[in-house]
Design a binder for this molecule. Structure first.
Ligand code: G3I
Length: 351
Protein backbone atom coordinates (compact mmCIF):
# COMPACT_ATOMS: atom_id res chain seq x y z
CA UNK A 1 0.00 0.00 0.00
CA UNK A 2 1.41 3.37 -0.96
CA UNK A 3 1.42 5.85 1.88
CA UNK A 4 2.81 9.04 0.48
CA UNK A 5 1.70 11.29 3.31
CA UNK A 6 3.37 9.86 6.37
CA UNK A 7 4.79 12.96 7.96
CA UNK A 8 8.17 12.54 9.63
CA UNK A 9 8.15 13.23 13.36
CA UNK A 10 10.96 15.74 13.19
CA UNK A 11 11.49 18.31 10.52
CA UNK A 12 14.64 17.17 8.81
CA UNK A 13 17.24 19.69 7.81
CA UNK A 14 17.02 20.10 4.06
CA UNK A 15 19.75 18.01 2.55
CA UNK A 16 21.93 20.00 0.23
CA UNK A 17 22.22 18.18 -3.03
CA UNK A 18 25.08 18.92 -5.30
CA UNK A 19 23.99 17.53 -8.61
CA UNK A 20 27.02 18.85 -10.43
CA UNK A 21 27.34 17.20 -13.82
CA UNK A 22 23.87 15.66 -13.56
CA UNK A 23 22.16 18.96 -14.32
CA UNK A 24 21.30 19.35 -17.97
CA UNK A 25 22.23 22.03 -20.45
CA UNK A 26 19.56 24.48 -21.60
CA UNK A 27 17.30 22.82 -24.15
CA UNK A 28 17.32 24.02 -27.72
CA UNK A 29 13.72 23.94 -28.98
CA UNK A 30 13.09 27.32 -30.57
CA UNK A 31 10.03 28.86 -32.15
CA UNK A 32 10.11 30.51 -35.56
CA UNK A 33 11.39 33.74 -34.00
CA UNK A 34 14.43 31.88 -32.67
CA UNK A 35 13.31 32.27 -29.02
CA UNK A 36 13.60 29.15 -26.88
CA UNK A 37 10.14 27.90 -26.05
CA UNK A 38 9.32 27.43 -22.39
CA UNK A 39 7.53 24.42 -20.92
CA UNK A 40 4.39 26.51 -20.85
CA UNK A 41 4.81 27.56 -24.50
CA UNK A 42 5.03 23.90 -25.45
CA UNK A 43 2.06 22.95 -23.27
CA UNK A 44 0.02 25.85 -24.65
CA UNK A 45 0.66 24.54 -28.17
CA UNK A 46 -1.12 21.39 -26.96
CA UNK A 47 -4.00 23.36 -25.43
CA UNK A 48 -2.70 22.90 -21.88
CA UNK A 49 -0.99 25.01 -19.22
CA UNK A 50 2.23 24.20 -17.39
CA UNK A 51 2.53 25.73 -13.95
CA UNK A 52 4.21 25.71 -10.57
CA UNK A 53 2.94 26.45 -7.06
CA UNK A 54 4.56 29.24 -5.10
CA UNK A 55 4.53 30.12 -1.42
CA UNK A 56 4.62 33.80 -0.44
CA UNK A 57 8.12 33.93 1.08
CA UNK A 58 9.53 32.52 -2.17
CA UNK A 59 8.53 35.65 -4.08
CA UNK A 60 11.39 37.45 -2.29
CA UNK A 61 13.86 35.03 -3.91
CA UNK A 62 14.24 37.07 -7.07
CA UNK A 63 16.01 34.52 -9.32
CA UNK A 64 13.43 31.95 -8.29
CA UNK A 65 10.47 34.27 -8.87
CA UNK A 66 11.90 35.41 -12.20
CA UNK A 67 12.29 31.88 -13.52
CA UNK A 68 8.80 31.01 -12.29
CA UNK A 69 7.43 33.99 -14.17
CA UNK A 70 9.26 33.25 -17.39
CA UNK A 71 8.99 29.45 -17.68
CA UNK A 72 5.43 28.84 -16.47
CA UNK A 73 1.94 29.93 -17.45
CA UNK A 74 0.08 29.13 -14.25
CA UNK A 75 0.62 29.23 -10.52
CA UNK A 76 -1.11 28.05 -7.33
CA UNK A 77 -0.50 29.62 -3.91
CA UNK A 78 1.15 26.94 -1.76
CA UNK A 79 -0.45 28.29 1.42
CA UNK A 80 -1.72 31.83 0.85
CA UNK A 81 -5.38 31.05 0.14
CA UNK A 82 -5.90 28.40 2.82
CA UNK A 83 -8.42 28.94 5.60
CA UNK A 84 -5.83 29.74 8.31
CA UNK A 85 -4.52 32.53 6.09
CA UNK A 86 -7.79 33.93 4.73
CA UNK A 87 -10.00 33.84 7.85
CA UNK A 88 -7.61 33.86 10.82
CA UNK A 89 -10.40 34.97 13.16
CA UNK A 90 -14.05 34.15 12.76
CA UNK A 91 -15.58 36.55 10.25
CA UNK A 92 -12.32 38.51 9.88
CA UNK A 93 -10.87 37.99 6.43
CA UNK A 94 -7.29 38.63 5.39
CA UNK A 95 -6.46 38.33 1.71
CA UNK A 96 -2.95 39.75 1.95
CA UNK A 97 -1.06 36.57 1.09
CA UNK A 98 -3.37 35.43 -1.71
CA UNK A 99 -3.53 38.93 -3.19
CA UNK A 100 0.25 39.14 -3.26
CA UNK A 101 0.42 36.00 -5.36
CA UNK A 102 -2.39 37.14 -7.65
CA UNK A 103 -0.58 40.47 -8.20
CA UNK A 104 2.68 38.69 -8.95
CA UNK A 105 0.91 36.27 -11.32
CA UNK A 106 -0.84 39.09 -13.14
CA UNK A 107 2.44 40.96 -13.57
CA UNK A 108 3.98 37.86 -15.19
CA UNK A 109 0.95 36.74 -17.18
CA UNK A 110 0.36 33.57 -15.14
CA UNK A 111 -3.14 32.31 -14.45
CA UNK A 112 -4.00 31.24 -10.92
CA UNK A 113 -5.63 28.12 -9.44
CA UNK A 114 -7.27 28.80 -6.10
CA UNK A 115 -6.24 26.37 -3.34
CA UNK A 116 -8.21 25.55 -1.20
CA UNK A 117 -11.63 26.40 0.26
CA UNK A 118 -11.89 23.54 2.71
CA UNK A 119 -9.35 21.04 4.03
CA UNK A 120 -8.87 19.21 7.32
CA UNK A 121 -5.37 20.68 7.62
CA UNK A 122 -4.25 24.27 8.22
CA UNK A 123 -7.60 25.34 9.63
CA UNK A 124 -7.43 28.28 12.04
CA UNK A 125 -7.40 27.47 15.76
CA UNK A 126 -10.73 29.20 16.36
CA UNK A 127 -12.38 26.73 13.98
CA UNK A 128 -10.51 23.63 15.14
CA UNK A 129 -10.97 24.37 18.82
CA UNK A 130 -14.59 25.54 18.74
CA UNK A 131 -17.64 23.43 19.51
CA UNK A 132 -20.11 23.90 16.71
CA UNK A 133 -23.67 22.84 16.13
CA UNK A 134 -24.46 21.69 12.58
CA UNK A 135 -26.26 24.98 11.88
CA UNK A 136 -23.33 27.05 13.11
CA UNK A 137 -20.73 25.11 11.17
CA UNK A 138 -22.84 25.17 8.01
CA UNK A 139 -23.12 28.93 8.29
CA UNK A 140 -19.36 29.27 8.97
CA UNK A 141 -18.50 27.14 5.94
CA UNK A 142 -20.96 28.94 3.71
CA UNK A 143 -19.70 32.34 4.77
CA UNK A 144 -16.06 31.34 4.27
CA UNK A 145 -16.62 29.94 0.80
CA UNK A 146 -18.79 32.85 -0.28
CA UNK A 147 -16.40 35.56 0.92
CA UNK A 148 -13.23 33.95 -0.42
CA UNK A 149 -14.68 32.97 -3.80
CA UNK A 150 -16.25 36.42 -4.29
CA UNK A 151 -12.98 38.11 -3.41
CA UNK A 152 -11.09 36.16 -6.06
CA UNK A 153 -13.84 36.26 -8.69
CA UNK A 154 -12.25 36.89 -12.09
CA UNK A 155 -8.77 36.40 -10.58
CA UNK A 156 -8.61 32.63 -10.29
CA UNK A 157 -9.80 30.29 -13.03
CA UNK A 158 -10.37 27.26 -10.80
CA UNK A 159 -10.86 26.40 -7.13
CA UNK A 160 -9.96 23.30 -5.20
CA UNK A 161 -13.27 23.50 -3.37
CA UNK A 162 -12.71 20.43 -1.22
CA UNK A 163 -9.25 19.02 -0.61
CA UNK A 164 -8.40 15.49 0.57
CA UNK A 165 -11.88 14.42 1.67
CA UNK A 166 -11.36 10.66 1.24
CA UNK A 167 -9.37 8.05 3.12
CA UNK A 168 -7.12 5.55 1.34
CA UNK A 169 -9.82 2.86 1.51
CA UNK A 170 -12.36 5.10 -0.21
CA UNK A 171 -14.38 6.02 2.88
CA UNK A 172 -14.98 9.67 3.73
CA UNK A 173 -12.31 11.33 5.80
CA UNK A 174 -13.75 12.21 9.19
CA UNK A 175 -12.82 15.86 9.13
CA UNK A 176 -14.63 18.45 11.21
CA UNK A 177 -17.14 19.06 8.40
CA UNK A 178 -17.99 15.39 7.88
CA UNK A 179 -18.31 14.75 11.59
CA UNK A 180 -20.70 17.65 12.12
CA UNK A 181 -22.55 17.88 8.82
CA UNK A 182 -22.29 14.46 7.20
CA UNK A 183 -21.21 13.89 3.57
CA UNK A 184 -23.71 16.44 2.23
CA UNK A 185 -21.21 19.21 3.07
CA UNK A 186 -19.39 18.44 -0.19
CA UNK A 187 -22.38 19.17 -2.44
CA UNK A 188 -23.22 22.23 -0.31
CA UNK A 189 -19.67 23.57 -0.65
CA UNK A 190 -19.77 23.17 -4.43
CA UNK A 191 -23.16 24.90 -4.67
CA UNK A 192 -22.03 27.81 -2.49
CA UNK A 193 -18.88 28.21 -4.56
CA UNK A 194 -20.91 28.24 -7.77
CA UNK A 195 -23.31 30.83 -6.34
CA UNK A 196 -20.34 33.08 -5.48
CA UNK A 197 -18.71 32.75 -8.91
CA UNK A 198 -20.73 31.27 -11.77
CA UNK A 199 -17.67 31.04 -14.04
CA UNK A 200 -14.84 29.60 -11.96
CA UNK A 201 -14.10 25.87 -12.41
CA UNK A 202 -14.89 23.85 -9.30
CA UNK A 203 -12.63 20.92 -8.40
CA UNK A 204 -12.24 18.16 -5.85
CA UNK A 205 -8.55 17.50 -5.23
CA UNK A 206 -6.61 14.68 -3.56
CA UNK A 207 -3.40 12.61 -3.48
CA UNK A 208 -3.00 8.89 -4.22
CA UNK A 209 -5.75 9.10 -6.82
CA UNK A 210 -3.55 9.21 -9.93
CA UNK A 211 -3.89 5.47 -10.53
CA UNK A 212 -6.89 3.21 -10.25
CA UNK A 213 -7.64 1.91 -6.75
CA UNK A 214 -10.09 2.24 -3.88
CA UNK A 215 -9.53 5.96 -3.37
CA UNK A 216 -9.90 7.00 -7.00
CA UNK A 217 -12.87 4.62 -7.31
CA UNK A 218 -14.51 6.53 -4.46
CA UNK A 219 -14.01 9.85 -6.26
CA UNK A 220 -15.29 8.33 -9.47
CA UNK A 221 -18.48 7.24 -7.70
CA UNK A 222 -18.85 10.57 -5.90
CA UNK A 223 -18.40 12.69 -9.02
CA UNK A 224 -20.80 10.47 -10.94
CA UNK A 225 -23.38 10.95 -8.19
CA UNK A 226 -22.79 14.72 -8.00
CA UNK A 227 -23.30 14.94 -11.76
CA UNK A 228 -26.51 12.87 -11.51
CA UNK A 229 -27.73 15.21 -8.76
CA UNK A 230 -26.85 18.27 -10.87
CA UNK A 231 -24.39 19.54 -8.28
CA UNK A 232 -21.84 21.88 -9.92
CA UNK A 233 -18.55 20.01 -10.34
CA UNK A 234 -16.17 20.83 -13.16
CA UNK A 235 -12.95 19.04 -12.42
CA UNK A 236 -10.92 16.49 -10.54
CA UNK A 237 -7.45 17.40 -9.30
CA UNK A 238 -4.86 14.65 -9.03
CA UNK A 239 -2.12 16.03 -6.79
CA UNK A 240 0.50 13.49 -7.93
CA UNK A 241 2.91 13.60 -4.99
CA UNK A 242 4.76 10.56 -6.26
CA UNK A 243 7.72 8.70 -4.75
CA UNK A 244 10.08 6.38 -6.61
CA UNK A 245 9.87 3.73 -3.88
CA UNK A 246 6.11 3.27 -4.31
CA UNK A 247 6.02 2.63 -8.07
CA UNK A 248 4.33 4.56 -10.82
CA UNK A 249 0.55 4.99 -10.41
CA UNK A 250 -1.33 2.04 -11.86
CA UNK A 251 -3.08 2.80 -15.17
CA UNK A 252 -2.76 6.55 -14.84
CA UNK A 253 -3.84 7.38 -18.39
CA UNK A 254 -6.90 5.11 -18.18
CA UNK A 255 -7.75 6.60 -14.81
CA UNK A 256 -7.61 10.16 -16.15
CA UNK A 257 -9.73 9.04 -19.09
CA UNK A 258 -12.51 7.57 -16.95
CA UNK A 259 -12.90 10.87 -15.08
CA UNK A 260 -12.93 12.75 -18.39
CA UNK A 261 -15.66 10.37 -19.52
CA UNK A 262 -17.76 11.64 -16.60
CA UNK A 263 -17.56 15.06 -18.31
CA UNK A 264 -15.20 16.69 -15.83
CA UNK A 265 -11.80 18.21 -16.51
CA UNK A 266 -8.78 16.63 -14.90
CA UNK A 267 -5.72 18.57 -13.74
CA UNK A 268 -2.41 17.36 -12.34
CA UNK A 269 -2.31 19.82 -9.48
CA UNK A 270 0.73 19.27 -7.23
CA UNK A 271 3.24 17.15 -9.11
CA UNK A 272 6.53 16.18 -7.49
CA UNK A 273 8.47 12.91 -7.56
CA UNK A 274 10.65 12.34 -4.52
CA UNK A 275 13.41 9.83 -3.85
CA UNK A 276 15.64 8.76 -1.00
CA UNK A 277 18.73 10.94 -0.82
CA UNK A 278 21.36 11.11 -2.05
CA UNK A 279 20.16 11.38 -5.61
CA UNK A 280 22.24 9.55 -8.17
CA UNK A 281 22.19 9.20 -11.91
CA UNK A 282 19.96 6.10 -11.92
CA UNK A 283 17.33 7.66 -9.61
CA UNK A 284 17.30 10.89 -11.58
CA UNK A 285 16.87 8.92 -14.79
CA UNK A 286 13.92 7.05 -13.31
CA UNK A 287 12.45 10.29 -12.03
CA UNK A 288 12.84 11.82 -15.47
CA UNK A 289 11.06 8.86 -17.03
CA UNK A 290 8.16 9.31 -14.58
CA UNK A 291 7.87 13.04 -15.25
CA UNK A 292 7.66 12.14 -18.93
CA UNK A 293 5.04 9.48 -18.24
CA UNK A 294 2.85 11.84 -16.21
CA UNK A 295 3.05 14.44 -18.98
CA UNK A 296 2.23 11.80 -21.62
CA UNK A 297 -0.74 10.57 -19.57
CA UNK A 298 -2.16 14.07 -19.33
CA UNK A 299 -1.58 14.86 -22.99
CA UNK A 300 -3.28 11.59 -24.00
CA UNK A 301 -6.61 12.77 -22.58
CA UNK A 302 -8.18 15.83 -24.09
CA UNK A 303 -9.85 16.94 -20.87
CA UNK A 304 -6.59 16.87 -18.91
CA UNK A 305 -6.19 20.62 -18.89
CA UNK A 306 -2.76 21.18 -17.37
CA UNK A 307 0.05 20.25 -15.04
CA UNK A 308 1.20 22.12 -11.94
CA UNK A 309 4.45 21.30 -10.16
CA UNK A 310 4.35 21.73 -6.36
CA UNK A 311 7.20 24.21 -6.57
CA UNK A 312 9.57 23.73 -9.49
CA UNK A 313 12.94 23.45 -7.78
CA UNK A 314 14.53 21.53 -4.91
CA UNK A 315 15.41 24.91 -3.44
CA UNK A 316 11.89 25.41 -2.10
CA UNK A 317 10.17 22.09 -1.61
CA UNK A 318 7.97 20.79 1.20
CA UNK A 319 9.45 17.29 0.90
CA UNK A 320 12.61 17.37 3.06
CA UNK A 321 10.62 18.88 5.94
CA UNK A 322 7.93 16.21 5.82
CA UNK A 323 9.77 13.04 4.75
CA UNK A 324 13.06 12.54 6.52
CA UNK A 325 15.85 11.53 4.15
CA UNK A 326 13.83 12.21 1.00
CA UNK A 327 13.95 15.03 -1.52
CA UNK A 328 15.31 15.98 -4.96
CA UNK A 329 11.69 15.84 -6.15
CA UNK A 330 11.53 18.65 -8.70
CA UNK A 331 12.86 19.18 -12.25
CA UNK A 332 15.23 21.99 -11.17
CA UNK A 333 17.87 21.56 -8.45
CA UNK A 334 18.67 23.90 -5.52
CA UNK A 335 20.79 26.06 -7.79
CA UNK A 336 17.97 26.37 -10.31
CA UNK A 337 19.79 24.11 -12.75
CA UNK A 338 17.70 21.83 -14.91
CA UNK A 339 17.71 18.13 -14.09
CA UNK A 340 17.02 15.24 -16.50
CA UNK A 341 13.35 15.51 -15.53
CA UNK A 342 13.18 18.89 -17.25
CA UNK A 343 14.32 17.38 -20.56
CA UNK A 344 11.88 14.50 -20.18
CA UNK A 345 8.93 16.86 -19.68
CA UNK A 346 10.10 18.91 -22.62
CA UNK A 347 10.40 15.84 -24.80
CA UNK A 348 6.91 14.64 -23.84
CA UNK A 349 5.46 18.07 -24.60
CA UNK A 350 7.27 18.21 -27.92
CA UNK A 351 6.56 14.67 -29.14
O1 G3I B 1 3.58 30.03 9.07
C1 G3I B 1 4.45 29.32 9.93
C2 G3I B 1 5.58 30.20 10.39
O2 G3I B 1 5.05 31.24 11.18
C3 G3I B 1 6.58 29.35 11.20
O3 G3I B 1 7.69 30.12 11.55
C4 G3I B 1 7.05 28.15 10.39
C5 G3I B 1 7.97 27.22 11.17
O4 G3I B 1 7.87 25.89 10.74
O5 G3I B 1 5.92 27.42 9.98
C6 G3I B 1 5.03 28.14 9.17
O6 G3I B 1 3.97 27.32 8.78
C7 G3I B 1 4.28 26.32 7.82
C8 G3I B 1 3.38 26.54 6.59
O7 G3I B 1 3.60 25.52 5.65
C9 G3I B 1 3.66 27.88 5.93
O8 G3I B 1 4.97 27.96 5.48
C10 G3I B 1 4.01 24.95 8.40
O9 G3I B 1 4.93 24.69 9.46
C11 G3I B 1 4.14 23.89 7.36
O10 G3I B 1 3.72 22.63 7.88
C12 G3I B 1 3.26 24.24 6.16
O11 G3I B 1 3.49 23.25 5.16
C13 G3I B 1 2.59 23.30 4.07
C14 G3I B 1 1.75 22.02 4.05
O12 G3I B 1 0.92 22.02 2.90
C15 G3I B 1 0.86 21.87 5.28
O13 G3I B 1 0.30 20.59 5.29
C16 G3I B 1 3.43 23.36 2.80
O14 G3I B 1 4.13 24.61 2.75
C17 G3I B 1 2.52 23.24 1.59
O15 G3I B 1 3.32 23.13 0.43
C18 G3I B 1 1.68 21.96 1.74
O16 G3I B 1 0.84 21.84 0.61
C19 G3I B 1 -0.02 20.70 0.59
C20 G3I B 1 -1.26 21.10 -0.22
O17 G3I B 1 -1.83 22.24 0.33
C21 G3I B 1 -2.27 19.95 -0.26
N1 G3I B 1 -1.67 18.73 -0.74
C22 G3I B 1 -0.44 18.32 -0.05
C23 G3I B 1 0.58 19.46 -0.07
C24 G3I B 1 1.89 19.01 0.56
O18 G3I B 1 1.71 18.73 1.91
Amino acid sequence: MRTTHIRSAAFATATVLLLGGLASAPAATADSGGKTQTLHDLARDQGRYFGSAVDNPELADTPYADLLGSEFGQTTPGNGMKWYATEPQRGVFDFTAGDEIVRYAQSKGLKVRGHTLLWHSQLPDWLNNGTWSADELRSILRNHITKVVKHYRGKVFAWDVANEIMNEDGTYRENIFYKTLGPGYIADALRWARAADPKVKLYLNDYNVEGTGAKSDAYYALIKQLKADRVPIDGFGMQAHLALQYGFPYQMRQNIQRFADLRVDVAITELDIRMFLPADEAKLAQQADWYGQVTDACLAVKRCVGITLWGYSDRHSWIPGFFEGEGAALPWDENLRRKPAYDAIRKALTD
